[in-house]
Ligand binder design. Structure first.
Ligand code: COI
Length: 357
């Protein structure tokens, strides 16, 4: 699906004013992997600190079969996006938040982490080196995927002796195949994503492998994704496989509180602030599954999914529908518009959330 128009070099792209775009179908981007030109790699020994990061041609990496990440899942990932503005400038959304979340996750997973500055510099360098892969304005974004992994060899269970921080990018459009149309969720009440004291609150790779079984079963039945309940009471909403969830009732917006089993989404946090700035009451609390029956609107948030309206939720065979008109509800539409205009640099950034490259 993609071809190189010519070999790009870092010096071509770095800081250059070139408007050249990669030769792909920008009108039909989904959320599929597209290999790009460069990735950023930085290493660190156990007990040491990261240094000497560098851009390399994008490609496969070599790992010992005994690498900590392959054997014991010692790994974390992040996700953020870069947008191309009409004036040609490139804009990032709250990259320091991803850096801080990776630091917290690294502590939980017994890994060293890059400093916030190293993380943000790596992200900027990777984006600039792959500038021709940033979609034209309005066509999507460049998804940035920083990874942190135990790359050193271990056999007995222990933290790996070496760590690799790697950042790569891929152009993306809508996450769900529904596009911007409402998604259909099913509540999972047997399998759980996270448990108290576990790792549900950090972005460790195993949390995502753990949901594949329920997600695959749901997709086979025609649902878009799965909504998980807390594993203690099997009653309170947690999150969807790849995003956080919000429920709107009588213009009050509620979302499950962060308590260790829910991923503290940066889009989640931003939507809460945007909603409050727009005059909405927002509650972070326990949200019981029964509240879905009464809700006016339900929507999901995440870097990949942005703000996605939910069209229906099925719980124990009973289906509740929202967004009957087939699109966003009024509240989620308003929040989506305010947030995405900010992220794309279309409105003044009074929050000081965006970083221009
Ligand atoms: C993101 O939204 O960036 C995520 O990391 C979720 C992932 C499953 C695509």
């Amino acid at each position: 699906v993609y071809t190189f128009r010519r070999e790009a070099t870092v010096s071509d792209t770095y800081g250059s004013a070139t408007t050249e775009l990669a030769d792909i179908d920008w009108d039909n981007l989904g959320f599929a992997y597209v290999p790009t030109d460069y990735m950023y790699i930085m290493k660190c020994a156990r007990g040491g600190s990261f240094s000497k990061g560098e851009l390399q041609r994008f490609g496969n990496i070599e790992l010992s079969p005994s690498a900590g990440v392959l054997n014991y899942g010692q790994g974390l990932f992040e996700g953020l996006k870069a947008y191309r503005k009409e004036d040609g400038n490139i804009i990032l959304f709250r990259p320091e938040e991803n850096a801080l979340r990776m630091k917290i996750g690294a502590e939980r997973m017994c890994m060293p982490s890059p400093t916030v500055e190293q993380f943000v510099d790596a992200v900027k360098a990777t984006v600039l080196a792959n500038k021709r892969w940033i979609p034209p304005p309005g066509k999507g974004s460049l998804y940035i995927r920083p990874l942190l992994m135990g790359s050193g060899a271990v056999l007995g269970l222990a933290p790996a002796p070496e760590y690799t921080f790697l950042t790569y990018v891929s152009p993306v459009g809508n996450y769900f195949k529904e596009g911007v149309a409402p998604i259909h969720l099913v509540v999972e009440h047997e399998l759980h994503r996270a448990s108290p004291g576990g790792t549900g609150g950090v972005k460790t790779i195993g949390n995502y492998a753990a949901v594949l079984k329920a997600q695959s079963a749901a997709k086979a039945k025609g649902y878009s994704d799965v909504l998980y309940l807390d594993c203690v009471h099997k009653k309170y909403l947690e999150e969807v496989s790849s995003c956080n969830i919000f429920v709107v009732k009588d213009n009050v917006i509620s979302t499950p509180a962060i308590k260790g089993t829910i991923l503290p989404g940066i889009t989640r946090k931003s939507i809460i602030d945007v909603a409050r700035s727009q005059g909405f009451q927002v509650e972070e609390r326990l949200v019981a599954v029964d509240e879905l029956l009464e809700a006016d609107e339900v929507f999901c948030t995440g870097t990949a999914v942005v703000v996605s309206p939910v069209g229906s939720i099925t719980y124990k065979g009973k289906r509740v529908s929202y967004a009957e008109g087939g699109g966003f509800g009024a509240v989620s539409q308003q929040l989506y518009t305010v947030l995405t205009r900010l992220q794309m640099g279309l409105t003044e950034d009074k929050m000081n959330w965006t970083v221009e490259l």
